[in-house]
Design a protein. Structure first.
Length: 367
């Protein structure tokens, strides 16, 4: 699986550019604010319909343009395929696969899966729970379209419930429909917990394997999924999970009414990582947290490879420059197969890795 060619028109700071890529490592160099990350964003969006920087399509359209276009020729699933996106400010985006118009991003699932690794990911274990939830949700949505549908539905119901709680202080009659929303949150929330429990079990096992390779097995790496306290077994049948969620919501009902906020549910989920029993978020050194983050990303790539049968495209956005030489070598030794894109300001010791192209002012200078 690899991206053969990419054409950008009116995307971010690119007016019109065509890129042809190597099947292995592609090194993208240039000064800051020239378009290196924009290029990786376009590659990631091509295969998923999602940007890792914005939820608004209009922000990806060039400032002086009416629309943006991303077109890619991909070798995937044993044949060449074409994906084309049109982006408009304030209007729905449009998608084509092999010349046929599609309605949903799910229609291109598995054609060009990508794994992004950026400097912010290195400190994800020290960040808030929302950052770690996004990591898990991003991978699960790529692996399981049904999970993405459930997550979208849960967030929609949650937003409606939040509005009811807020507005009920002025119109108490709204509380009469609150039980219906709570019940639906329990139904969909149970599905999310079931998916997440199995995903984090697999992610933790793979990450522990990579971490063991780096540390020489001197530290016991463990990932633990955390959901609402009434759920003692997240692997239980969904009906049992629904009952435990219902009990938890009931115990927080008064507090939610008083605060006017949704205080509990899978939207508060998190995961923790310990090394030989020591919580990394609270006590881990910078080196330990970075090694754990690397292990998580490599595990993510491995799970996607297992699911799709091919290596996902790896996007390393200026992350190698944030690592010491030992950790750089560890990452590079793990990515010898599959297509990889690496952005950096100074190529330095990475020059010999593969094809190099320079970006300046939204244009390809060479390569």
């Amino acid at each position: 699986m690899h991206l053969i060619e990419l054409e950008l028109r009116g995307f971010r700071n690119y007016r019109q550019e065509v890129f042809r890529f190597d099947q292995g490592v592609n090194l993208i160099v240039g000064s800051n604010a020239q378009g290196k990350t924009n290029l990786l964003e376009a590659i990631g969006f091509l295969g998923s319909g999602k940007s890792f920087r914005t939820q608004k399509n209009g922000e990806m359209v060039r400032f002086d343009g009416e629309f943006g276009e991303i077109t890619g020729q991909v070798s995937s699933q044993g044949r060449e395929q074409n994906i084309r996106w049109l982006l408009f400010p304030g209007r729905p985006r449009q998608l084509w696969r092999n010349g046929a118009k599609k309605k949903r991003a799910a229609d291109i699932t598995g054609v060009l899966p990508t794994v992004l690794f950026c400097p912010e990911d290195l400190m994800i274990l020290k960040s808030g729970a929302s950052a770690r939830r996004r990591l898990g949700d991003t991978v699960l949505c790529a692996l399981r379209p049904n999970y993405e549908a459930a997550l979208t539905e849960y967030n929609r119901i949650l937003e409606q419930k939040s509005r009811i709680l807020k507005d009920s202080h002025e119109d108490i009659r709204l509380l009469s429909i609150l039980p219906d929303y709570n019940e639906r949150l329990c139904q969909v929330g149970a599905l999310l917990i079931s998916y997440r429990a199995r995903f984090y079990q697999s992610l933790g096992a793979e990450a522990a394997r990579f971490h063991g390779q780096f540390s020489g097995g001197t530290e016991d790496f463990r990932l633990e999924y955390k959901t609402v306290s009434t759920v003692e077994d997240p692997f239980a049948p969904t009906e049992a999970l629904r009952e435990r969620l219902r009990a938890h919501l009931e115990s927080h009902a008064r507090a939610e009414l008083q605060s006017g906020q949704c205080l509990t549910g899978p939207h508060k989920d998190d995961f923790t990582i310990t090394l030989s029993g020591v919580d990394l978020k609270a006590f881990g050194s910078q080196g330990q947290t970075r090694t754990a983050a690397i292990s998580l990303k490599l595990a993510q790539r491995e799970l996607m490879k297992r699911e799709f049968g091919e290596e996902p495209v790896l996007l390393l956005d200026d992350v190698l420059s944030e690592l010491d030489e030992k950790r750089q070598d560890f990452v590079l030794n793990q990515i010898k197969s599959g297509q990889v894109f690496i952005t950096c300001c100074e190529p330095g010791r990475f020059t010999k890795l593969g094809k190099t192209m320079e970006i300046s002012g939204g244009k390809r200078v060479d390569g």
